[in-house]
Design a protein around this ligand. Structure first.
Ligand code: SF4
Ligand code: MG
Length: 327
């Protein structure tokens, strides 16, 4: 009926202009050469957006990305190309990112050839070397992606990323789709590659326990904001932010006899209409009036970590030390 179609059209028109969602809000992140930075948060917190911006796949609507002190948009020609190749991103699902109609030799060898890093005559040997580097049999170069297991496909994805000689890998949930036993193998591969090739990593995961194994520094995000940032030891042994503590409490640990912190209550609020003040206040067991009204600034604390929580202004913080209490 015409009026029905009309109404649909109006709705579609409205949907074509979605509300502006600031996936990231005042995020300032530094990754130093040689470091493994773990970026952790629940889905929808903006960590993948941040990863794509850092990897150069997505321009920020506002703000800058500096690569060794130079803003990315000011790079041109050879320097821009080098910067693009220098950061590679590895995604969760290796199958969807590998062309099923191409052989591994082409999947891995295409980009370095196109960018003039190798000659055509060197391609096979180059790809075979990379397969060895990621723990695969070089004789597999002629096979297609479907002839490999999930873990092997992720190794192929890693080899493809390494083929353009990057120094910085952004790993976005790179092991999340794999079996638990395979996850550990791929994590070990990442760490071996770090040693061998002097790589720097931004390791994005929804799972704090994954990052625990590999990160030097951990950044915790909640609804588009960084809420805590510190060394792995600071984050895991003595979380400052209630959200970090809640994430940690969800990791089962045999040495923690009593849970002193309840698991996170409630759903993640919508990033379209985030809660006022501290975004975490509807789920925070320590929320005060001030938390509903005032955004807590991300401040550097005495031990060098950063945290965005009003509790740090109190004379006595409520205690949620996960290691001391309950022993
Ligand atoms: Fe909880 Fe308030 Fe700290 Fe936010 S600022 S984490 S609501 S105590
Ligand atoms: Mg994501």
């Amino acid at each position: 009926r015409p009026d029905f179609a009309e109404r649909i059209a109006i709705r579609l028109g409205a949907a074509a202009q979605p509300p502006v969602v600031h996936a990231l809000d005042g995020v300032d992140l530094q990754v130093r050469r040689g470091e493994v930075v773990g970026l952790v948060g629940e889905s929808g917190c903006g960590k993948s957006t941040l990863g794509r911006i850092i990897a150069g796949m997505l321009p920020p609507t506002e703000g800058e990305v500096y690569i060794e002190g130079v803003e990315r948009r000011t790079l041109a020609g050879q320097a821009a190309r080098r910067a693009r190749l220098n950061t590679q991103i590895i995604f969760q699902d290796p199958m969807s990112s590998l062309n099923p109609r191409k052989r591994v030799i082409d999947i891995i060898g295409e980009a370095p050839l196109a960018h003039g890093l190798i000659a055509r005559s060197e391609k096979r040997a180059y790809v075979e070397d990379l397969l060895v580097t990621v723990g695969l049999d070089p004789s597999m170069a002629g096979r297609y992606p479907h002839q490999f297991s999930g873990g092997q496909r992720q190794r192929i994805g890693i080899a493809r990323a390494l083929a353009v000689k990057p120094e910085f890998l952004v790993c976005d949930e790179s092991i999340a789709a794999l079996d638990i036993s395979i996850q550990a193998q791929i994590l070990n591969l990442f760490m071996d590659l770090r040693e061998q090739l002097n790589l720097t990593y931004l390791f994005i995961s929804h799972d704090l326990s994954v990052v625990n194994h590999i990160a030097d520094r951990v950044v915790i995000m909640y609804l588009g904001r960084i809420v805590e940032e510190g060394t792995a030891a600071q984050i895991f042994d003595s979380p400052n932010h209630p959200y970090t503590a809640a994430l940690l409490a969800e990791i089962p640990r045999i040495d923690r006899r009593h849970r002193t912190f309840q698991t996170i209550k409630g759903e993640i609020p919508s990033p379209i209409n985030p809660p006022s003040g501290c975004h975490f206040h509807p789920r925070c067991p320590f929320a005060m009036d001030r938390c509903r009204m005032e955004r807590p600034a991300l401040r550097t604390l005495a031990d060098g970590r950063k945290s965005a929580c009003h509790l740090n202004d109190l004379e006595r913080r409520p205690d949620f030390d996960l290691n001391e209490k309950g022993r």
